[in-house]
Design a protein around this ligand. Sequence first.
Ligand SMILES: *[C@@H]1O[C@H](CO)[C@@H](O)[C@H](O)[C@H]1NC(C)=O
Ligand SMILES: *[C@@H]1O[C@H](CO)[C@@H](O)[C@H](O)[C@H]1NC(C)=O
Ligand SMILES: *[C@@H]1O[C@H](CO)[C@@H](O)[C@H](O)[C@H]1NC(C)=O
Ligand SMILES: *[C@@H]1O[C@H](CO)[C@@H](O)[C@H](O)[C@H]1NC(C)=O
Ligand SMILES: *[C@@H]1O[C@H](CO)[C@@H](O)[C@H](O)[C@H]1NC(C)=O
Ligand SMILES: *[C@@H]1O[C@H](CO)[C@@H](O)[C@H](O)[C@H]1NC(C)=O
Length: 425
Amino acid sequence: MAGLKAYTLSIFAILSLTNSCVMASSRSQAVRGAYWPSWAFDTFPPSAIETSLFTHIYYAFLIPNNVTYKFDITNSTALMLVNFTSTLHSSNPPLKTLFSIGGANDGRELFSRMSSNSSSRKVFIDSTIEVARNFGFDGIDLDWEFPQTQDEMDNFGLLLHEWRAEVKKEAEATRRAPLLLSAATYFAVDFFIDKVYRSYPVGSVSENLDWINAMCYDYRGSWDTSATGAQAALYDPKSNVSTSYGLRSWIKAGFPRKKLIMGLPLYGRSWELKDPMAHGVGAPAVGLGPGELGVMTYSEVEKFNRETNATVVYDSATISTYSVAGTSWIGYDDIRSTTVKILYAQALGLRGYFFWAVHGDHEWKISKAVDDVDMMQLSSHGFFETRLGTSAMLCMSPCIASTSSQGQAFTNELVWIIQLCLYYL
Ligand SMILES: *[C@@H]1O[C@H](CO)[C@@H](O)[C@H](O)[C@H]1NC(C)=O
Ligand SMILES: *[C@@H]1O[C@H](CO)[C@@H](O)[C@H](O)[C@H]1NC(C)=O
Ligand SMILES: *[C@@H]1O[C@H](CO)[C@@H](O)[C@H](O)[C@H]1NC(C)=O
Ligand SMILES: *[C@@H]1O[C@H](CO)[C@@H](O)[C@H](O)[C@H]1NC(C)=O
Ligand SMILES: *[C@@H]1O[C@H](CO)[C@@H](O)[C@H](O)[C@H]1NC(C)=O
Ligand SMILES: *[C@@H]1O[C@H](CO)[C@@H](O)[C@H](O)[C@H]1NC(C)=O
């Protein structure tokens, strides 16, 4: 490690001399997204979003009629949609807006039926384009959680193919910019731990979507109360259920890095410890901790930390954070673990990141910190598309750190990142 540290510092010196930290340019291609939950309208309206920190905001969620597959937009929803797009378009620079269809709790069975039949696919697709244009959206996002069989995966691929064709046709006919098309997906390219193995149709997904939002979270939670867990671990020493494994599985399957967006949670998941003295990641638990179903937003975790004088621990094995107070244990990402993840995404040459969900960090602590770590100026230069990933990372990491608001505080993480790159890229 001492050797690595010295190497980092010497490269840092070289970079300072050559002034190759061109942080200002090429931000345009990066995607810095976040989902906005429409059910939070009263407490967190679109006007509460700190627009300078994002490029794309997703309206969560709309769901089509269960029988007709068309969207029946009520008057009150129409008001919210218009409020959403007009508020976010009036910011300077204007943000791009997409509406997201489905979500964790809705649509699985509907999507399965709709996508299996070409006439219902057509009805659905036409209705999505109509909603997007009527309410001023720049794009459409499909959040189907998740296709359950390989047949459903194949239908998902067909749907995307026909969707792209219609979007292209509509843009040509109306001489407008084509609508963006994206999808929220499983963290990995295949469901390798489920009873029913299935895999995303990578060809169709990469050809027809502008990008995917890989949901790199919910690895552990209320469904298993026997042990604590890092719900969004970058690494897991004991299993492949981790962000690094998931993102790399997409890349290995031939999915383009420029269409891959890393999901970041602005919430944590909690457990009740069996023994307050045994509180690591994976420690024995007996139930759920604070928060509804053991879920707390990042802002709520911060409040919890203040009110309980919780001990906050950074877990370098998983790259995650947890708080412990008595028998209450919460696993989440804070500024530090999120920043390391962003550096990792840069090393992989990804297109950007997104948050679920924007209201979870209402003081913008995490969002501001990661905004300082610029994404695209690295990958837009094509460094990481070559197999020079490791050496490029070695060169660029100090550049990122030196311009981040935290400055030298990230030296330890840089050493970590370099180590991780050497082992895993
Ligand atoms: C949608 O329709 C299917 C059958 O067509 C039915 O099984 C399901 O319960 C319906 N879902 C909702 C939310 O109405
Ligand atoms: C919804 O709005 C339309 C047009 O403004 C109006 O004609 C209709 O009566 C409204 N419906 C309801 C249920 O308020
Ligand atoms: C959106 O709704 C908020 C809250 O009701 C309101 O203050 C704001 O003026 C609306 N903005 C637009 C552009 O409709
Ligand atoms: C396909 O969908 C159309 C329109 O929803 C319906 O009329 C038709 O019966 C469906 N076909 C099959 C085989 O389910
Ligand atoms: C993780 O996946 C790799 C193949 O992708 C496999 O060789 C390895 O055994 C897996 N590890 C675990 C702990 O399941
Ligand atoms: C937290 O620490 C402060 C200062 O040490 C103390 O005044 C307060 O009572 C503590 N609160 C709890 C819940 O332990």
